[in-house]
Design a protein around this ligand. Structure first.
Ligand code: UDP
Length: 245
């Protein structure tokens, strides 16, 4: 039995933020939502919640719409960004549905009020949901254009007093160059916020990294494609990169 299978193994963090891109939900389709992929990720989240960890989530919208792409094609930027934020709400609802099918109580909490669809963001209420072991999915980013969901994840992680941000990606950490293109790419065990910024290591966008740095919030970059990977790290195992000061 590994530590990840042992329910009595010490858990490294009590409250975490999981940030995934919208593209993580599209499977091999190249666009939109792939329900079996959403269900697989929901299972990963459930296994961490079942360890007693309080889980916050932010899901991007890039599988549906990105403001920058819209504005590059001539749309007015702020309108395009609002469309991007609405895309994140669709992804959050898909994840809520998948989690609830697994019996995990979940709240979608939107930075842009849409009362018929989900809850508005009220910090104290969200904290209470977490204390009751409900998974909180924060949708609509920060509610402001010119930001990304990486920054939204960092902002909410600070507000919710998360101990770390888990950034689920396609690779098992931060590399000095793209490991899919360079066989000699080296993975960092640990890297500082400033090095990430100076070397443009692509962990998260610069405003998100600066916000994490200024609040001493570690970012753990790990592979979401590795089954049991999220849970394993919480139990002190697995490969990942930790970004901290
Ligand atoms: N967005 C925004 N403000 C925010 C968060 C997101 O305007 O606080 C918009 C922005 O247009 C962005 C889109 O929502 O391109 C989708 O978010 P993101 O690009 O971060 O998604 P991901 O790349 O993680 O899938």
């Amino acid at each position: 039995m590994t530590a990840a299978d042992n329910p009595t193994a010490p858990v490294k963090y009590k409250r975490v933020m999981l940030k995934i891109s919208g593209e993580a939900l599209m499977g091999d389709q190249g666009y939109g939502l792939h329900p079996p992929t959403v269900a697989r990720i929901a299972q990963e989240v459930k296994s961490v919640r079942d360890m007693g960890v309080e889980v916050c989530m932010v899901i991007g919208g890039g599988n549906i719409f990105r403001g920058l792409a819209g504005s590059a094609q001539g749309m007015e930027r702020t309108t395009a960004d609002y469309m991007g934020m609405l895309a994140t709400v669709m992804n959050a609802l898909a994840m809520q549905s998948a989690l609830e099918q697994l019996g995990v109580f979940t709240r979608v909490i939107s930075a842009i009020p849409m009362d018929q669809v989900c809850e508005p963001y009220i910090r104290r209420r969200a904290v209470r949901h977490l204390e009751k072991k409900r998974v909180c999915i924060f949708a609509a980013g920060t509610g402001n254009p010119y930001f990304t969901t990486d920054t939204a994840a960092t902002l909410r992680a600070n507000e919710m007093a998360c101990e770390a941000i888990f950034k689920g990606t396609k690779v098992d950490g931060v590399y000095d160059k793209d490991p899919k293109k360079h066989a000699d790419a080296k993975r960092y065990e640990e890297v500082s916020y400033d090095e990430c910024l100076a070397k443009h290591l692509g962990v998260m966008d610069a405003s998100a990294i600066a916000l994490a740095r200024d609040n001493d919030l570690p970012i753990i970059v790990f592979s979401l494609d590795e089954p049991g990977g999220f849970k394993g790290i919480l139990a002190g195992q697995g490969t990942y990169t930790i970004v901290r000061g």
